[in-house]
Design a protein around this ligand. Structure first.
Ligand code: DP6
Length: 319
């Protein structure tokens, strides 16, 4: 049986940075994100009994990404499973700090589990996706999503649906090439900078409380303040690491200045940046076009993508 699932990337407003248990890919802290809707990854999986797994990304064979995908399918369908043909289609740049691993693994576990005859609930799928990529667990859910890091396993739930607080996310693409250091590798370097890292972990529950309360009360200014603070704190952890991890380029900084100028003009908008040089600006929908125009006019910005908030991963009917 050939099964296709579509998932959207998510953008963390309170970040996951660091692992409690690297072997099981358990995050050191909780996180809170928004799921997008116009950017997507579609994964088609068929256990066709072929000789080993074959992976195609946007129509091209992708052997370098295969081992991680195969390992994920092993956790979903068991190591004794037959070979699979996996086709991935993605409508945005991959491995460049736009959360392509989140949408890819969320779609992969959903398509893979159904193709192997299982019918798992979103939390079971989120736990499987999280083993492959921590942030992928959140893309099983839509709207505002909170991931709680338990001692043994994660819990994930949507805390507000997309239409309960419709926000817009505008992505300024400042680089198309894949990032030089994967987030997983960068996290393990950050962990060695013990004092800075332990402070980061210790303060994360308080940041999550503030963000959750801002979502509950639909308080944009409060969400903006905690999201920008948490983002800059995560990058401070990276910058303080040895060797330092700096994902930003000059256009990243120029975009932050653009967002500050918009804020001075009274536009409700805030920025966040993940493990890459792209800047994501979150705003109220009525300001999204003004935000996009300003980012488009910022030096070094290659492209601007606009999205509202979307649903979690879903199975797609064959054409
Ligand atoms: C900066 O989920 O890519 O985007 O679990 O090692 O695959 P792995 O890491 P990944 O890390 C995401 C880091 C982040 C913050 C976030 O999405 O919460």
């Amino acid at each position: 049986m050939q099964v296709t699932s579509q998932a959207q990337p998510n953008i963390a407003l309170v970040k996951y940075w660091g692992k409690r248990d690297a072997d099981r890919n358990l995050p050191a802290t909780g996180s809170l994100s928004v799921t997008l809707d116009t950017l997507w990854t579609r994964m088609t999986v068929e256990f066709d009994g072929g000789d080993g797994d074959r992976l195609y990304v946007n129509g091209q064979s992708a052997p370098s990404l295969l081992s991680r995908v195969s390992r994920c399918l092993d956790t979903v369908a068991g190591r004794g499973r037959s070979g699979a043909c996996i086709e991935s289609e993605c409508n945005f740049p991959i491995a460049a700090g736009l959360a392509s691993s989140a949408s890819s693994f969320a779609a992969l576990v959903q398509a893979g589990s159904r193709a192997s005859g299982q019918s798992l609930d979103p939390l079971a799928l989120a736990r499987l996706a999280g083993q492959a990529s921590g942030s992928a667990a959140r893309s099983l859910y839509g709207g505002f999503v909170e991931l709680r890091a338990g001692d043994d396993e994660i819990d994930v739930a949507s805390i507000a649906a997309p239409d309960e607080w419709p926000l817009s996310v505008t992505v300024a693409v400042t680089e198309r090439a894949a990032k030089p250091v994967s987030s997983g590798a960068a996290m393990s370097v950050s962990r060695e900078c013990v004092t800075v890292f332990s402070t980061w972990v210790e303060r994360q529950p308080a940041d999550l409380d503030k963000a959750r309360e801002a979502v509950r009360t639909r308080d944009f200014a409060a969400l903006a303040a905690i999201a920008e603070h948490n983002c800059l704190k995560m990058h401070s952890v990276m910058w303080a690491s040895r060797p330092p991890i700096v994902y930003w380029n000059s256009a990243t900084v120029a975009c932050l200045e653009t967002v500050r100028a918009l804020q001075r003009d009274g536009i409700p908008v805030f920025f966040t940046i993940d493990a890459g040089p792209q800047v994501k600006a979150v705003s109220l929908p009525e300001s999204a076009d003004a935000v996009a125009d300003a980012l488009r006019g910022t030096a070094g910005v290659i492209d601007v993508l606009q999205s509202s908030l979307g649903t979690g991963a879903r199975l797609v009917d064959p054409d």
